[in-house]
Write a protein that binds this ligand. Sequence first.
Ligand SMILES: Cc1ncc(COP(=O)(O)O)c(C=O)c1O
Length: 376
Amino acid sequence: MIPGPTPVPEKVLQAMSQHPIGHRSGEFQSIVERTNAQLKWLHQTNNEVLVITGSGTAAMEAGIINTLSQGDKIICGDNGKFGERWVKVAKAYGLDVITIKSEWGQPLDTNEFKSQLEEDKNKTIKAVIITHSETSTGVINDLETISKLVKAHGEAIMIADCVTSLGACNVPMDKWGIDVIASGSQKGYMMPPGLSFVAMSERAWTRYEKSNIAKYYLDLGPYKTTAKKNSNPFTPAVNLYFALEQSLSMMQSEGLESIFKRHSKHSAAAQSGMKAMGLKLFAAENHGSPAITSVEPENIDAELLRKEIKKRFNILLAGGQDHLKGKVFRIGHLGFVSDRDLLTAISAIESTLQSLGLLTTEMGQGFIAASKVLNE
Ligand SMILES: Cc1ncc(COP(=O)(O)O)c(C=O)c1O
């Protein structure tokens, strides 16, 4: 029950356990052809979605270095660990970064983006970059509104980290006009880590032509050319492609609407369950991510609680990152997660609190509240 790596279905594991095949073979090309179409379906786009062997950060870095040039002015939203990462990557490549910050646990303020973009009469801002679902805090940012503001600006492109939102909630790339989406396999894709994905709009490709940042392995040009021929520029993680085809087929059978509903129900059930057992949510009200519920148990060592739950029930919850270590724990309900998984985790939290003498409400209230949401 961590927000990644997430649980992997048996069928996906089995698909991976075949002998690798030649990556230039016709057999493999057929897989690439099918997965390319499936990836477009998942992103709700007609744009090519490129597959990189690497973790999510590789996709983030590729998004920046393929669309921007040294010294470009950009806006980065920063309300958590992954927002901070965007700032670090952008600065590493010599970009001029304006940071729009919110306190950890709060969403990014769309009005700040609006005023920065409206004040930029000379159109010097080349990109706006945000994290859609901020995994470190369990906050979902308003990507739709910020994308609209970016469109109205006319010059900047919209780059988004959708690592823990894609496959959990609606991210219609074309409809919202997002120019670059970065994601990773160990999240909503229900796969092991190792593949990352970058989807690029036509507008983003026009910026690629002008980009002067040095790149080689993450130069997306060759990825695009080869994707059109159902191939890859380098040896891809062949067995992860087997997994990708299987996991995306499972997602297609479930359907996007059902997947989004399941995640939003699990998020609502987790939130309701935590509140009912007297625990405080860390993310601001109505801004909880569909993929992660972050909990700030007052006067309780979150690390001790996490360790006890792991020891007694073999259920792993995520801890707090950086200054939140010991202060929060996070329940991942992303990807291959069922009602049973969620109710079990909630019961385990409740029972462990009781065993430690830390439960301040009547035993079972958390379970009852979560169950009610799931049964609605
Ligand atoms: C929001 C977000 N962005 C990016 C990443 C990418 O991290 P990694 O490079 O470890 O896959 C993660 C992983 O946890 C994440 O949650």
